[in-house]
Design a protein around this ligand. Structure first.
Ligand code: AMP
Ligand code: MG
Length: 330
């Protein structure tokens, strides 16, 4: 009898674990928008599988709208247009945020940066730095105030003006994905979208979601901070170590200063922004990187947007906005 009770006790102790195993997180990975996207869901497999399929369909739709290379995308249609196009409402919402951030950051973020991005790409292929005349032409077209958004109608004042969503699209996509995921039966989960990460709901084991923000400077311990993430939040990172143009053996990073046309040299090597809106988090991380730490902190103090940020300087030192300190994990 005693043996039987013992066995029963052991069985009872194991039960919660076996139900946990059934709810092990499920993962799906897909390469879209030039990025490896991983979705982790706390849900039984039979619940997660159709959700993953829906996420893939959503991501394909967004890729088809925002791709630089797909002919039917809103971005390509705007490139071909003489004066303007009618956008999908999701593109219009993204543009609204882009233009708002451009205006408030004095153009540190500029969605019309496409001619500069293309120039640097062409220079990489040709193996030389941009000529000053080429830079001047691309700079003259990099000016968000040449765009006019009215509802879903986007107009430009010069046919050569074009848009690049590289600094905002992934963040916008992650928020769209999150709104869908929040409506599903999954208890919670995490989406990792290149240098954008978002969480929703809860882990089934009650733990909080934690994310490590990298310190790219060698010898600085590998990470700048470990943050506990709140549901619905997006963390976006812009770093000078992420993408490059290689010209004559030199690396030129991909975050361009719309004032000079050159990769931004603001003394920062990485900026992470945490914000409830993905498009805003993404656009702000790019903008704050270009602004540099002092200007960015002054901008934070104005309270024009609700966000928190971590700044990693080129020497590896780390500073963060005050709202983040209480949220650091060990
Ligand atoms: P992120 O990694 O989010 O900072 O975005 C960088 C990408 O945004 C680049 O690869 C370009 O496609 C684009 N970009 C570069 N500089 C800027 C800028 N100053 N404003 C807006 N987009 C930019
Ligand atoms: Mg960005």
């Amino acid at each position: 009898m005693r043996r039987f009770l013992c066995a029963l006790l052991i069985l009872l102790m194991l039960l919660p674990f076996s139900s946990c195993t059934r709810e092990e997180p499920q993962t799906d990975t897909v390469f879209l928008m030039d990025t490896l996207i991983t979705i982790t869901l706390y849900a039984p497999r039979e619940v997660a599988t159709p959700i993953f399929a829906e996420c893939r369909a959503l991501l394909c739709e967004l890729d088809a709208l925002w791709s630089r290379t797909k002919e039917e995308s809103d971005v390509s249609a705007f490139l071909r247009a003489e004066s303007g196009v009618t956008l999908d409402p999701r593109t219009a919402a993204l543009l609204q945020t882009a233009l708002d951030v451009s205006a408030r950051t004095d153009g540190a973020f500029d969605v019309t940066v496409a001619p500069l991005v293309e120039l640097w790409k062409a220079c990489e292929e040709a193996g030389h730095l941009p000529e000053s005349s080429e830079l001047q032409e691309a700079l003259s077209l990099t000016d968000w105030s040449r765009l006019q958004l009215t509802g879903t109608r986007l107009e430009k004042d010069d046919p050569r003006v074009r848009i690049d969503l590289g600094g905002i699209g992934k963040g916008a996509a992650i928020s769209i994905l999150l709104s869908y995921l929040e409506s599903t039966d999954a208890a919670g989960g995490m989406v990792s979208f290149g240098s954008n990460v978002a969480v929703f709901g809860q882990k089934t084991n009650g733990e909080t979601f934690r994310v490590a923000v990298r310190n790219p400077v060698e010898g600085k311990g590998g990470y700048a901070a470990i943050l506990s993430m709140r549901t619905g939040e997006v963390l976006s990172v812009s770093g000078d170590y992420e993408r490059f143009y290689t010209i004559d053996g030199e690396r030129y990073h991909h975050i361009l200063d719309p004032k000079t046309g050159y990769p931004s040299e603001s003394g920062l090597c990485s900026v992470a922004v945490v914000c409830a809106d993905g498009a805003l988090a993404d656009a702000l991380s790019t903008a704050l990187f270009v602004m540099g730490e002092e200007k960015a902190l002054a901008f934070y103090e104005t309270g024009v947007y609700t966000f928190e940020a971590i700044f990693v300087s080129s020497d590896g030192s780390v500073r963060m906005t005050e709202g983040l300190t209480e949220r650091l994990s060990q």
